[in-house]
Design a binder for this molecule. Structure first.
Ligand code: PRX
Length: 649
């Protein structure tokens, strides 16, 4: 069952309440609490009304076909997501800023809808010239440059599913993802800027392509000027050579509602990343609707989501959701502390951002840095704040509310997943009374429940598993190439019910309080890392016999990766080896998975049925079970520790 911690009891005693500020509520898009009941009475009709606001080449015949766990939305409809994000706005909004981009060195660029449409059409024609056809997969491995958003939309325009791989991922992680999706083209860059340094990407991309035979062409963006001598003749083409020469006219491909829009790889409980499949119409409607209602998007908003497009948050709420709404979306390349720790607030000030959507891990970092940095800047343009990626602790919520929002901006804590595609639990800021630390209520039309092992709803204040009992348009359709895993992972625990793998409690008002993952996924700085992935990276090192990894709570990152390692007999433990193993994990997976601590242990503590005793390891890592972890190297210590735990955990 879900672990119940003192922390959560503290959360439930959270007494502070924040009704929508009067001024905000008066102007909010959604002011009538009746929307919840209305959506419940006819959830298909609810979503269809949003769909009707969008453009269709052919209208759908049927809103929903639900053959659990397989779903189809807007059956028979033909549409194009890029058309809805661009062409639909070329009338009244053609001169409106669509994408406001700022590079880390301070360069910046504004694309109007007209500009963005032109660039996307050219990029789409460029992809076609490289042999990309409808249905071909394109892997995108780019820093946060405008070409990333353009490339994504260009793929959508021609019906080539994109697979964006976060620029911080390693050579092997990239290669695995290319191979799993059998991508035909890779789009990358020479490098990007991060904390004043050049983050080289082209070398990684080249290395990953050794062993990725499906890639025929590589389209390379020149950003840092660091790979001019690395172009492979016959395979590599510069973006500025190819794309700039294309025609700016490219019709959007009419896509079937259920054609794949994109794949996005995420960590599950095994070492192999899952290619989450999102399709066209449902995803478009789900992100459009939630962006509009949760962020209360207005015509003159300047909306900034600080995520990287390499993660689902960037897909749904930098690119698709905001642009489908005709909003102005801001994109920033670099780190929050370059050249100084007020960079985010300088961006808010410079562009007059009205909405800022970020992660608790960032907020906790800002808290640690202190109030002086936001105070340096004029943040009075802000009217709404958002949070995503992990549970937000009430202290961080309050800090955000006070120091960034000036006590006037609702904070929408939004719960969702790569798999859900769209926000599912979040306030409607003009209606919902906020409680710091709670994602509040399911979005209208969503049916969420907290249940026990047997699938029975638990009472108020009881911990349980968060499940979803009704399909929603943005949901994943399958795992790419592995439908069995899709069924097994999400739908096998309870009949016709989606299992989120998140622990949750509801309070007496029906508010949802998320408690973190209940599977072997570690949430580091709002990004998912599987314990298995870390473990397989470690045992890949020649010194390691066996490894186990867990998540330990961390003040800033939410969770930190901690690993327990048994070395091969002849190998002596040393600090140098610890450093080497940490680096090995970073090289195999990416810096985000680098363990904070590695402990050597005589053997891994296991139950009689040979399951690793993770609760014991967590207690050790949190300092609850052993003062001096070096004693783990003594087999007698491990034995006596084991004796204190249930053998069947
Ligand atoms: O554990 C939940 C946590 O992040 C997981 C999903 O991670 P990912 O697929 O990488 O997507 C992150 C961005 C949507 C969830 O299973 N999570 C996400 N948002 C919240 C959250 N936990 C608590 N509160 C949230 N607002």
């Amino acid at each position: 069952m879900v672990e119940q911690t003192g922390n959560i009891d503290a959360l439930l005693q959270e007494e502070r309440r924040f009704p929508p500020p009067e001024e905000f509520a008066r102007k909010a898009n959604i002011r009538d609490p009746g929307v919840y009941d209305e959506a419940d009475r006819d959830f298909e009709g609810f979503w269809a009304r949003f769909a009707e606001e969008l453009h269709w080449f052919k209208k759908w015949d049927k809103v929903l076909e639900w053959d659990p766990p397989f779903v189809k939305w807007f059956v028979g409809g033909k549409t194009n997501v890029a058309y809805n994000c661009l062409d639909r706005h070329l009338g009244a909004r053609r001169n409106k800023a669509a994408l406001v981009w700022e590079g880390e060195p301070g360069d910046w660029k504004v694309y109007t809808y007209w500009d963005l449409h032109r660039e996307v059409c050219k990029a789409a024609n460029a992809l076609k010239s490289l042999g990309v056809r409808k249905g071909d997969r394109v892997t995108i491995y780019l820093p946060m440059v405008p070409e990333l958003a353009i490339a994504v939309l260009a793929c959508a325009r021609i019906g080539a599913p994109h697979s964006v791989v976060f620029g911080g991922f390693s050579i092997e992680a990239l290669r695995d993802r290319i191979n799993d999706s059998q991508a035909k083209v890779l789009i990358t860059a020479d490098g990007g800027y991060r904390r004043g340094n050049v983050l080289a990407l082209k070398g990684n991309a080249d290395a990953s392509l050794e062993g990725a035979p499906t890639v025929e062409k590589v389209l390379v963006v020149r950003r840092t000027g660091t790979a001019d001598d690395q172009m492979v003749a016959g395979r590599d083409v510069w973006w500025h050579d190819l794309v700039d020469a294309q025609s700016a006219k490219c019709d959007a491909e009419p896509m079937d509602a259920e054609d794949i829009l994109y794949l996005l790889y995420t960590s599950g409980t095994t070492g192999k990343p899952k290619g989450i499949v999102h399709t066209t119409a449902g995803y478009m409607v789900g992100t459009y609707a939630t962006a509009k209602w949760v962020f209360d998007l207005k015509e003159d908003d300047v909306y900034w989501c600080t995520a990287d497009i390499g993660w689902v948050t960037g897909h749904s709420y930098i690119v698709y959701g905001p642009l489908a709404n005709g909003a102005t979306t801001v994109m920033y390349e670099g780190s929050p502390d370059y050249p100084d720790r007020d960079r985010f607030w300088a961006i808010v000030e410079k562009y007059g951002a009205t909405i800022c959507y970020t992660a608790p891990t960032a907020i906790r970092t800002f808290m640690r840095w202190g109030e002086e940095f936001p105070k340096r800047r004029d943040l009075s343009s802000l009217r709404l704040l958002g949070s995503v990626g992990e549970p937000i602790n009430p202290e961080a919520w309050m800090w955000y509310w006070q120091n960034i929002g000036g006590g006037r901006c609702p904070v929408v804590d939004t719960w969702w997943q790569t798999e859900t595609g769209q926000i599912l639990i979040a306030p409607l800021p003009g209606i919902t009374t906020l409680k710091p630390g709670s994602a509040t209520r399911p979005f209208p039309g969503i049916q969420a429940e907290v249940v026990d092992e047997a699938g029975v709803p638990v009472g108020a204040g009881q911990g349980g598993y968060l499940v979803l009992q009704r399909p929603w348009p943005g949901m994943l359709r399958t795992i790419y190439g592995d439908p069995d895993r899709y069924v097994e992972q999400y739908w096998s625990r309870y009949p016709d019910t989606y299992f989120t793998a998140d622990g949750c409690k509801r309070d007496e008002d029906g508010y949802f309080w998320l408690l973190g993952r209940v599977d072997d996924v570690i949430n580091v700085s709002a990004h998912r890392i599987s314990t298995m992935e870390v473990e397989s990276a470690l045992v890949d090192h020649e010194a390691v016999a066996e490894a186990a990894s867990i998540g330990r709570s961390h003040d800033v990152k939410g969770q930190a990766v901690v690993a327990f390692v048994t070395l091969k007999e002849s190998v002596p433990a040393s600090d140098a080896l610890v450093a080497e193993l940490k680096q090995h994990v970073a090289t195999k997976i990416g810096a985000i998975a680098r363990p904070d601590d590695i402990f050597f242990t005589a053997e891994l503590p296991k139950t009689r049925s040979q399951k690793i005793m993770r609760r014991l390891l967590r207690d050790v890592a949190e300092g609850r079970a052993l003062g001096d972890t070096t004693t783990l190297a003594d087999p007698a210590v491990v034995e006596s520790l084991k004796a204190q735990y249930d053998d069947d955990e």
